[in-house]
Design a protein around this ligand. Structure first.
Ligand SMILES: C[S@@+](CC[C@H](N)C(=O)[O-])C[C@H]1O[C@@H](n2cnc3c(N)ncnc32)[C@H](O)[C@@H]1O
Length: 259
């Protein structure tokens, strides 16, 4: 199955149809502003997406309460949520349907959703309003920088990365999020015993995830290879369709070792 986020208002996989276009190529307008940015190969390409009227309304009405502006300082998440509860980070929540469903099931946990795609921010805020969810905060920024700057070491209870862009073509694999360096950063932000849950519907990426996560000494696999889908992760409509067609989905659940 090829997860097709386009059907749900998501940007298509960056680079998948753009020939050899490489979004990390610096542009003249980037250069003087942020030289560090030029060295980083990003896992996404920002594209203008259409924000619907309802999404815009949700952003205007609920954004001030639930969107945490990106900042280069560690955030006091207990203060941001107004309580002390386990903190689960979700990277790349897309249109937020899974995020909202999990947050509704797990009202005792607080979810930090990170996404760069603007219509997705509006869509999740809209769901939060409709379902009266107050245990989600949203950061609209590159998750790598959010982890580096806004999340204190050893502070997270869990991380969700569901159907990250698979970057199908071999020459784009360097853009995949799950790479040893990024996993080391993630692990540094986890508490001992905290979990990292990834899911993908792209077999080649699943194999890479298993290899990279298994090679990280601070992580222990909770399963023998791929994990059964944990009950809190809903089956998305893409997944349901793919499963009907006989395609696979792979979940991986690792835990941070103590010490
Ligand atoms: C294929 S979509 C999957 C969305 C959602 N998790 C789902 O299961 O439907 C991947 C999402 O990750 C987001 N993304 C990729 N890299 C990111 C990053 N470094 N920081 C924040 N969001 C990112 C993209 O904008 C996109 O919305």
């Amino acid at each position: 199955m090829i997860h097709d986020p386009n059907e749900d208002g998501m940007p298509s996989e960056p680079g998948a149809t753009a020939g050899d276009a490489d979004a990390s190529t610096p542009t003249a307008s980037d250069a003087p502003r942020n030289p560090l940015h030029l060295r980083r190969i990003r896992s996404f390409v920002t594209r203008a997406g259409r924000v619907s009227t309802a999404q815009r309304r949700a952003m205007d009405e609920l954004g001030p309460r639930f969107v945490v502006p990106y900042s280069a300082n560690a955030c006091d998440w207990n203060a941001a949520f107004g309580r002390a509860a386990p903190h689960i980070l979700e990277i790349g929540f897309g249109m937020g349907a899974t995020t909202a469903e999990i947050a509704a099931q797990r009202r005792g946990d607080d979810f930090i959703g990170v996404e760069v795609h603007e219509p997705g921010i509006g869509a999740l805020l809209k769901l939060m309003g409709e379902q009266n969810l107050s245990n989600i905060r949203i950061v609209q920024h590159d998750a790598v920088e959010v982890l580096e700057q806004m999340i204190a070491p050893g502070s997270l209870d869990g991380v969700h990365i569901f159907f990250p862009d698979p970057w199908h073509k071999a020459r784009h694999h360097k853009r995949r999020l799950i790479q040893p360096k990024f996993v080391a950063l993630l692990v540094s932000r986890l508490k001992a015993g905290a979990y990292l849950h990834c899911a993908t519907d792209w077999q080649n990426y699943a194999e890479q995830m298993l290899e990279v996560l298994s090679a990280e000494p601070a992580l222990a696999n909770t399963a023998d290879g791929y994990a059964p889908r944990p009950g809190y992760r809903p089956v998305t409509k893409f997944e349901r369709r793919g499963l009907r067609l006989g395609h696979g989905v792979w979940d991986l659940v690792f835990e941070r070792r103590a010490g």
